[in-house]
Design a protein around this ligand. Structure first.
Ligand code: DC
Length: 232
């Protein structure tokens, strides 16, 4: 029996992490937020004072950074060198830097290696990111690509940020989403792309519960089709 690997890719604000957590809980799997790993690298680079254009130095900082994801899917904590950085890495500035450093091949190579190790050690895992189904685990049992029109993704992000009382207009958030889409989809190394065998779900008009129900159906169908070869 092989353990189940579920890949969830898509642009920012498509609902990947909320749904990744829900799927992990439903099927009792480990949840790995790979974006949080790129964000932790971004924080380490920022704190080290290294310029993001100095590839060699960024690669060195990445290699030294000890990143751990702790806890269950609902209370996942992101640890950098033993320090809880879960809240710090969610800032707009770190999100931007994460998008920049994630285009550096040495950074990707190192984090992909770690993600593969984490996946291999677990009894079954849900990973969300941009390149999970295409690069990290191309043989994943189930691949989802979640997307939504930029305005819908910006609205979700804007509503979340308003709760945290950040001073942004909707237009700022939309511009940020568009810039991030452009950078993540046009970089040379592992750009955001839809795996050939991914199940694409456009979440624009769907509630989280609707998307979750569709994903659960797909996974259960695959389990039945896979029979003895898939354990969950
Ligand atoms: O999902 P997120 O917004 O937390 O991701 C932060 C950045 O990291 C995002 O702009 C793109 C990058 N990323 C990536 O290149 N590959 C991944 N597997 C996950 C995230």
């Amino acid at each position: 029996m092989t353990s189940m690997i579920i890949a969830i890719d898509g642009p920012s604000g498509a609902g990947k992490s909320t749904l990744g957590r829900m799927i992990a809980r439903e099927f009792n799997l480990l949840y790995i937020d790979t974006g949080a790993m790129y964000r932790a690298v971004a924080l380490a680079v920022t704190e080290s004072g290294v310029s993001t254009s100095d590839r060699a130095a960024v690669a060195e900082v990445t290699g030294r950074a000890v990143i751990n994801l702790r806890g269950d899917p609902d209370s996942l904590r992101v640890m950098l060198d033993g320090r809880d950085v879960s809240d710090e890495i969610r800032s707009e500035r770190i999100g931007h830097t994460a998008s920049v450093v994630s285009a550096i091949p040495e950074v990707r190579r190192e984090l992909v290696r770690r993600q593969r190790e984490m996946g291999a050690r677990s009894g079954g895992v849900v990973l969300d990111g941009r390149d999970i189904g295409t690069v990290v685990f191309p043989a994943a049992a189930v691949k989802f690509f979640l997307t939504a029109v930029p305005e819908a993704r910006a609205k979700r992000r804007y509503d979340e940020e308003r709760v945290k009382a950040q001073e942004h207009t909707f237009e700022d958030t939309l511009a940020d989403i568009n810039a991030r889409d452009r950078r993540d989809s046009t970089r040379a190394d592992s750009p955001l792309a839809i795996a050939e065998d991914a199940v694409v779900i456009d979440t624009t008009e769907l509630s989280i519960e609707d998307v979750f129900a569709r994903m659960v159906d797909v996974i259960r169908d695959r389990q039945q089709a896979g029979g003895q070869n898939m354990s969950l």
